[in-house]
Design a binder for this molecule. Structure first.
Ligand code: BG6
Length: 299
């Protein structure tokens, strides 16, 4: 019996949750509700698609994305854990941790108030030796009038576990040059493109060049306003005091193998994170949950 058949027998819910073979042969859970649809890959525990009923897809997925074991998928909501960005001590380790490149287990599915699926990742022989902690990571993806993504890290070891993380959400845009992001005005950010200087701007964020910023002390909602498609995407959160805003623009897009040269126009990342001084130390036996709640409406 194929593992897809097994997953459908164990976790499938009528037409609400079905497991299928997705791009590159990766196993994908397709979620369907009156509110919309979503797809979650077992690879990386990664949400690949979220489309509210009668709307365009909210998430962006690159036409050049690689769908292969051990590789990060460019688009959707990659899970960056247990470190965000480069490893703090060893730059040879993969950026954004190992969770996005690993194969997660399906733990449960549910169709009570909302349709949801939970996937998990534990310490195993595949965990890089650079990460000595015993852990249990889970991601719960719930589809109702919004898409809620909750990443819980549990420290199952005997020593405190310090980790940074991101729900690295890629949003689909009509044209990056015409959008704006509100909710971060007047907030201090570390500019990763200007020697990590701490800055702040009074105005909403607009884009006419590469942007790569870690905003600090942010607990509120962000709104991505896209007049070209007459819609706004709202990103609310919990368990997070930092937010990353990223668009690679022309030169960086051209350097990335899994990113089309023109695709920078069609996306923006607003990432719900535990980064910089929002890095979390989890005592033994305890857990931390990072949640992003994503919805979209006519502007
Ligand atoms: C963002 C970082 O979160 O992710 C950027 O702030 C980085 O610096 C981007 O370029 C993409 O990272 P990666 O590893 O997926 O290419």
């Amino acid at each position: 019996m194929s593992s897809i058949q097994t997953l459908n027998e164990k976790f499938g819910i009528n037409s609400a949750i079905t497991f299928c073979e997705g791009p590159g042969g990766l196993t994908v859970a397709e979620m369907q509700s009156p509110f919309g649809s979503a797809k979650v890959a077992q690879h990386g525990g990664q949400v690949l698609e979220y489309t509210p009923t009668d709307q365009r897809p909210v998430l962006w997925l690159s036409d050049r994305a690689a769908f292969a074991p051990g590789k990060a998928i460019r688009g959707g909501i990659p899970v960056c854990w247990p470190w965000f960005g480069p490893h703090p001590e060893d730059s040879k380790l993969p950026a954004h941790g190992f969770a996005r490149n690993a194969l997660w287990d399906v733990i449960s599915t549910n169709s009570d108030d909302s349709i949801s699926i939970t996937l998990g990742l534990k310490q195993s022989e595949q965990t890089p030796s650079a990460w000595p902690h015993s852990f249990e990571l889970s991601i719960q993806v719930s589809l109702a009038s919004s898409l809620e993504v909750a990443l819980t890290a549990r420290n199952t070891g005997a020593l405190p576990m310090t980790c940074s993380a991101a729900l690295h959400s890629y949003f689909a845009m009509s044209n990056i040059s015409n959008i704006r992001i509100t909710g971060l005005e007047g907030t201090e950010y570390r500019d990763q493109l200007d020697c990590d200087k701490i800055k702040s701007d009074k105005s909403p964020i607009t884009f006419d060049r590469e942007v790569d910023r870690v905003y600090h002390d942010t607990t509120g909602e962000c709104l991505v306003e896209d007049p070209g498609w007459n819609r706004s995407i709202r990103i609310a959160k919990a368990g997070s005091r930092s937010t990353v805003v990223w668009n690679p623009w022309i030169a960086k897009a051209a350097r990335m193998e899994d990113f089309g040269d023109e695709e920078y126009r069609a996306m923006v990342c607003v990432e719900t994170t535990n980064a910089d001084d929002d890095t979390i130390t989890i005592p033994p036996g305890e857990k931390h949950t990072l949640t992003a709640i994503i919805s979209s409406s006519s502007a």
